[in-house]
Design a protein around this ligand. Structure first.
Ligand SMILES: [Zn+2]
Length: 506
C-alpha cells in the first residue's frame, strides 16, 4: 500500500517528492515506490456561497439577514477544479492506504486538508507531517554553511566556530505555524548572477538571518544626572561592550525604537559617579510636544501585525502576541481595499480617513471597531487547539453574536451621508459622482459601485458623446488612474514584475 502526501504548494510537494524518491512525474502529482505526492494550490475547496443554499440569497435583503445555515456546505473552487479532480482520483485509488497531511502547519493549512478530505469523502487513516524539532539546529547550520561564501563568509565562519544553539526567540516550537520567516536556502550563492535589486534584497535577508544567529549586542545603559548650580540635567546613553549582531547589520538604527522617548539615545563615554566636569557651554532648545504621527502604509502594517498594544486588558493583550489582524499575505490587500473603497486616502505617504471612513466608524457596532474582538476569538481558538475549550460553544457564540449584531444594525436609524457628492453626472449611468483624492490628484468616482466609472476631476467636461465611447474611455481611465491595478498581488509578485521591467529596459 502507498501513502498519499498532500502538500499545499507545488514547490513544497516537489521538495517532499525528491526526499521520498517519487521520481515519476504525472499531471498534478509525483509517484514513487512507497509514496504519491500531490498538492492543493489555491486550496481547492471553499465554503458554499449564500446562493448555493437558496436562490433567494443571491440578492441580500435585510429581512433575510443574518444568513445562518444549520450545516455549512463545501464546494469545489472552479478555478482549481482540475487539481481537485487529480487529488480525489488519487484518494480513490485502491493501492492508497493512508493520507499524510503536509499542508502548511497552521490553522488555515490544516483546514485546507480537512475540507478536501471531507468533500472527497476520505475515510481511510491519516497522519500529520510535522517537521521534527531536533533537526532545527542541523538545518540552521546547513543554511549558515550555504552562506559561508562571498561577503558573508566572515560572519558565517564566526558563527560556525561554536555549535548553533537555536534559542526560543529564534525557533519556538510551541508557536511554529504556517507563515514562517524569509531565510536564505542552502543553495550556494552566485552573486554575479543577481541583478542589483536582487542583490540588495538578498543582502538584507542574509544579514538579518546571520544577525538572528549572532550573540547579543551588549552595552551598559548609562543615565547621567549632572548638577549645575543647583539645577539638575539628565542625559541617557549607552556604553558599548560587544557589538554582537550589530556587527552584521550596521544599518539598523535605534531611532525607530526610541522615537517616543523624551531623551535622545546617544553613545556616552564611561563616566564615574561623583566625577566633576567643566561646563563649556549651554544651549537652550525650544520644543513642542507633537500628536502621534499619522499612519503610513509601513507603520499601519506594523500596527496590524501587533494590534495587542491597542488593547487595555492585560490578559487579552497577551493572547494577541504573535497574532495580528489579517495574515502577512492579506494585510497589504486589506489596506488596498480600504483605499479603493475610499474609506481612507493617501496624502503624500500618509493614510488619512475620508469622511466616508469616519462616518462608517461612527455607524459600526463598537465591538467591531476594536481589536479586542479578534483577541477574544484568538483566545477561544487557542483554547480549543489546546483541548481546553469547546468548539460547539465557540460556534454557538459566533452565531448568537451575529444575530445580535445584525439586529442592532437593523434597529439603528442613523444614516450615512456622502458629503463629497459633486455636481457632475456619471457619463455612463447618470448618477452623481463623488469627489475623491486619487493617487494622481482629485478623481470623480461614480457613487454606484456596480457602475465603477471613474475619471480625473479636471476632465469633467470631457465629451462623452455615446455611451459606447464613454465605456471605452472608462476602461482606459480605469487602467490609468486606478489605485488598484495590483489588488491581490503580493510583495513577491510586485517584485518579480519590477525586475522583469528592469530587464526589459536594459
Ligand atoms: Zn455610473
Amino acid at each position: 500500500m502507498k501513502s498519499l502526501v498532500l502538500a499545499e504548494k507545488p514547490s513544497v510537494a516537489r521538495e517532499i517528492a525528491r526526499v521520498l524518491q517519487c521520481n515519476i512525474k504525472n499531471k498534478g502529482f509525483m509517484e514513487g515506490p512507497k509514496y504519491v505526492v500531490t498538492w492543493a494550490l489555491g486550496h481547492l475547496v471553499t465554503l458554499a456561497e449564500p446562493e448555493d443554499y437558496d436562490r433567494k440569497y443571491k440578492e441580500w435583503r435585510m429581512e433575510d439577514l443574518p444568513m445562518l445555515p444549520d450545516q455549512l456546505k463545501l464546494k469545489v473552487i472552479r478555478q482549481t477544479s482540475q487539481q481537485y479532480q487529480v487529488v480525489t482520483r488519487l484518494m480513490k485509488r485502491a493501492d492508497i492506504g493512508e493520507l499524510v497531511i503536509a499542508t502548511d502547519a497552521g490553522r488555515e493549512g490544516e483546514l485546507v486538508a480537512r475540507w478536501i478530505m471531507k468533500l472527497g469523502d476520505w475515510h481511510k487513516p491519516f497522519k500529520r507531517l510535522w517537521i521534527s524539532s531536533q533537526t532545527v539546529a542541523a538545518i540552521l547550520e546547513g543554511f549558515a554553511k550555504g552562506l559561508a561564501a562571498g561577503p558573508y563568509a566572515e560572519a558565517a565562519r564566526k558563527l560556525l566556530a561554536s555549535p548553533l544553539k537555536p534559542t526560543k526567540r529564534l525557533v519556538d516550537d510551541s508557536k511554529v505555524s504556517d507563515h514562517h520567516a524569509i531565510i536564505p536556502t542552502e543553495q550556494p550563492l552566485k552573486l554575479a548572477e543577481l541583478t542589483s535589486d536582487e542583490k540588495s534584497l538578498y543582502d538584507l535577508i542574509a544579514r538579518r538571518f546571520l544577525a538572528v544567529l549572532s550573540p547579543p549586542y551588549r552595552y551598559d545603559q548609562l543615565t547621567v544626572i549632572a548638577g549645575i548650580q543647583g539645577e539638575k540635567f539628565y542625559a541617557r546613553g549607552k556604553v558599548l561592550k560587544d557589538p554582537g549582531w550589530r556587527a552584521v547589520t550596521s544599518h539598523q538604527s535605534d531611532q525607530e525604537e526610541n522615537q517616543e522617548d523624551a531623551l535622545p539615545e546617544q553613545t556616552l563615554a564611561n563616566l564615574n559617579q561623583g566625577e566633576a566636569r567643566t561646563v563649556k557651554n549651554l544651549k537652550p532648545q525650544k520644543g513642542k510636544t507633537k500628536p502621534p504621527a499619522r499612519y503610513t502604509e509601513a507603520t499601519l502594517l506594523t500596527a496590524m501585525e501587533n494590534p495587542g498594544k491597542f488593547i487595555e486588558d492585560e490578559e487579552l493583550r497577551e493572547t494577541m502576541k504573535g497574532s495580528g489582524l489579517g495574515t502577512p499575505a492579506t494585510r497589504a490587500e486589506i489596506i488596498e481595499k480600504l483605499l479603493h473603497t475610499s474609506y481612507i486616502e493617501r496624502s503624500g505617504k500618509e493614510l488619512v480617513p475620508t469622511s466616508k471612513g469616519r462616518q462608517l466608524i461612527n455607524l459600526v457596532a463598537p465591538e467591531l471597531r476594536s481589536p479586542e474582538l479578534t483577541a477574544q476569538w484568538e483566545q477561544a481558538l487557542t483554547d480549543i487547539a489546546r483541548g481546553k475549550g469547546s468548539k460547539t460553544a465557540f460556534i454557538q457564540g459566533i452565531r448568537e453574536q451575529t444575530v445580535h449584531l445584525v439586529k442592532s444594525i437593523a434597529q439603528d436609524n442613523s444614516v450615512y451621508r456622502a458629503d463629497n457628492i459633486s455636481r457632475t453626472k456619471c457619463p455612463v449611468c447618470g448618477k452623481y459622482m463623488l469627489l475623491v483624492n486619487g493617487k494622481r490628484g482629485k478623481m470623480l468616482v461614480c457613487q454606484d459601485r456596480s457602475c465603477g466609472h471613474r475619471q480625473p476631476e479636471k476632465e469633467r467636461d470631457f465629451n462623452f458623446g455615446s455611451s459606447k465611447k464613454a465605456s471605452q474611455m472608462n476602461q482606459k481611465l480605469i487602467a490609468r488612474y486606478s489605485d488598484h491595478q495590483n489588488i491581490g498581488s503580493n510583495m513577491g509578485d510586485l517584485l518579480k514584475e519590477a525586475m522583469a521591467k528592469q530587464k526589459e529596459e536594459k
